[in-house]
Design a protein around this ligand. Structure first.
Ligand code: ARG
Length: 600
């Protein structure tokens, strides 16, 4: 199923060809002046430049050639040589009929599906999630859904940060805070003889009753601060990290407790945000791969000694800036952030052999990924170019700095969702919405509105752009916001429900009035928006399309009554248009990771 722009472009290309010109010049785009035309072609200007001829003459000749195409209602030459087209009502009707019959409402699929792994969110044990994690999870989820919708085989992996220095830090902090824990860790430095599963469960129960998530939240920040100023403490934490990684028994037990309680809470919070991972693999999962990997890299000569540490040099002669080496083994013998990243690349190659791996991570980690990717290519763990860092700007506070809470701390995901949900409740009440809801349904709708507000506000920006967190603005039912889109979708749904009650069915297309034409022209462009978003890895183009769709529909609805249309055929046609609009809006929102309620 091709869209009108492509069909028209093909016809115009043929006309250029007939004139002995390159058919590629026939490329057609939506019109810059919708008041004057539906589509335009600027090819005559390019041709004229190359041939040193008058562009209007070329444009006229092309128009002549196209003369009798039934698709075209009118051709006009404008300005220096733009060719402006209006398409016929017949072709709009045919196109709308096609879209209505298509389960995907015109959305195509990629011709060459790939295996893609998306590494996103990257939350950590203990270390608080910051706005970078929030953006990563929103953008990563949208890219995952977009790729999948286009037909790629996609796995999303949370890449849980459960193996770094923060683990040793927490172990030491817990031991210092609680003498019984310290004693336990001491007693279990090695797995006691005959230690069985039942004993393990017993220890686990003990740990569960003495260390909860709140304790980790409370202990971690001061421990991290102390490590910065107290070298003894830092050394103890480093040693604990190395011993954990070397398999010290008690440390493993307490570590798995940390990881378990953190993961449970994170998964719940992410789920509330409509972010769900296919894989929840931890940095620790690749630990067994590290020793053989290091041995192999030493054997191939890639990994070299450097002042007691082991590194891979990745700098190239033509580098215009300093690209530091990858630190693989620290002087304490610990695996580093980049080590687990490298081993993870190897691991992913083995279990999924992805053709593309996207790392949706804060722009501030660009240098890290550059180094890791180079090392992976050198080691032959990934095909050159198959690893890509999808960086993004920050979500800022009113002060222009990365968003912090009023107390100056980093915002927890749970608190952010809560804040947005409260705001959504207020907004729904203000607007007099959801009156007939049960309290539970009202709460659920508020959550959906909140998630739409947060996600849409993020995704409407090109990911590289930073934006300012403004919950009032994000939650408004007016303007370029998630709640506005949900509201429009809900209006469409309720219109369709009323039609069903009144026994009005969708019927043949009779596109006529200007707002109807505008709507069909936009509906026609759905696939183009998706394709561009897919090719450029830019979900903002879908957010933008969804917004234009909601707006165009609102104009149509205001000007062209549906159920109160003057006659039955018009009613049936407008209802059919509404059905396509809703389908596309829901698909677009779904790709963005935004669920649409049935009522509001
Ligand atoms: N856990 C890391 C952080 O909080 C992000 C992980 C990103 N993914 C990766 N493969 N390194 O900064």
């Amino acid at each position: 199923m091709t869209d009108l722009r492509a069909r028209l472009g093909e016809a115009v290309g043929v006309a250029f060809g007939v004139l002995g010109l390159d058919p590629a010049l026939g490329r057609v785009t939506g019109s810059d002046r919708p008041d004057l035309a539906d589509f335009q072609c600027n090819g005559a200007l390019a041709a004229a430049k190359a041939l040193q001829r008058n562009p209007r003459e070329i444009a006229n000749a092309v128009a002549q050639c196209l003369g009798s195409d039934p698709m075209i209602a009118s051709v006009e030459i404008a300005g220096p040589g733009f060719i402006n087209f209006r398409v016929s009502a017949a072709v709009l009707n045919t196109r709308a009929t096609e879209l209505a019959a298509d389960l995907r409402a015109g959305a195509g699929r990629t011709a060459t599906p790939r295996r893609v792994l998306i590494d996103y969110a990257g939350p950590n044990v203990a270390k608080e999630m910051h706005v970078g994690h929030l953006r990563a999870s929103i953008i990563g989820e949208a890219i995952k859904r977009l790729y999948r919708f286009r037909g790629d085989e996609v796995l999303g992996d949370a890449h849980f940060g459960d193996w770094g220095f923060q683990m040793g830090l927490l172990i030491v902090a817990c031991a210092d805070a609680d003498p019984t824990i310290a004693a336990l860790l001491e007693r279990l430095s090695q797995r006691p003889d005959g230690f069985a599963a039942a004993d393990e469960r017993l220890i686990d129960t003990q740990l569960s009753s003495s260390i909860a998530l709140d304790d980790l939240d409370r202990l971690y920040p001061p421990a991290a601060a102390k490590a910065k100023i107290d070298p003894d403490f830092r050394d103890r934490a480093r040693r604990a990290t190395a011993q954990l990684q070397a398999g010290r028994f008690g440390y493993r037990l307490i570590w798995s407790h940390f990881a378990r309680i953190t993961r449970a809470a994170l998964e719940r919070d992410f789920h509330a945000l409509g972010v769900d991972f296919d894989l929840w693999r931890g940095e620790s999962d690749v630990d067994p791969l590290i020793e053989p990997m290091v041995a192999e890299l030493v054997a191939t000569g890639l990994l070299i000694d450097d002042q007691g540490a082991k590194i891979i040099r990745v700098a190239r002669d033509d580098d215009r800036r300093d690209v530091p080496p990858l630190l693989v083994v620290s002087s304490e013998g610990s695996a580093m952030y980049g080590t687990t990243d490298l081993a993870t690349i190897l691991d992913r190659k083995r279990f999924f052999d992805p053709q593309l791996v996207l790392y949706v991570v804060d722009q501030r980690q660009a240098d890290h990924f550059e180094t890791v990717f180079r090392a992976a290519y050198l080691a032959g763990y990934a095909a050159p170019g198959s690893l890509e860092h999808i960086g993004f700007g920050t979500m800022n506070g009113a002060d222009g700095k990365p968003f912090k809470t009023r107390e100056g701390g980093v915002l927890k995901l749970r608190d952010l969702i809560d804040m947005a949900r409260k705001k959504a409740l207020e907004r729904l009440e203000e607007a007099g919405l959801g009156k007939e809801f049960s309290p539970e349904a009202f709460e659920l709708t508020a959550l959906q509105v909140a998630v739409a507000a947060l996600k849409f506000a993020d995704l409407i920006n090109f990911r590289g752009t930073s934006y300012v967190f403004d919950l009032d603005k994000f939650s408004s039912f007016e303007g370029k916001t998630g709640p506005y889109l949900l509201y429009q979708a809900v209006r469409m749904k309720s219109l369709l429900r009323r039609a069903a009650v009144e026994g009005v069915a969708a019927g043949d297309m009779l596109v006529d009035a200007a707002p109807e034409r505008d709507l069909v022209l936009l509906l026609d462009a759905f696939d183009h928006a998706l394709t561009e978003a897919y090719d450029k890895c830019a979900p903002n183009l879908i957010a933008d399309y969804a917004y234009r769709l909601a707006q165009t529909f609102a104009k149509f609805y205001a000007a062209c009554p549906v159920l109160a249309a003057p006659d039955a055929p018009t009613r049936a046609s407008r209802l059919a248009l509404t059905t396509i609009a809703l389908k596309q809006l829901e698909l677009a929102l779904d790709v963005l990771g935004i669920a649409t309620p049935d009522r509001m």
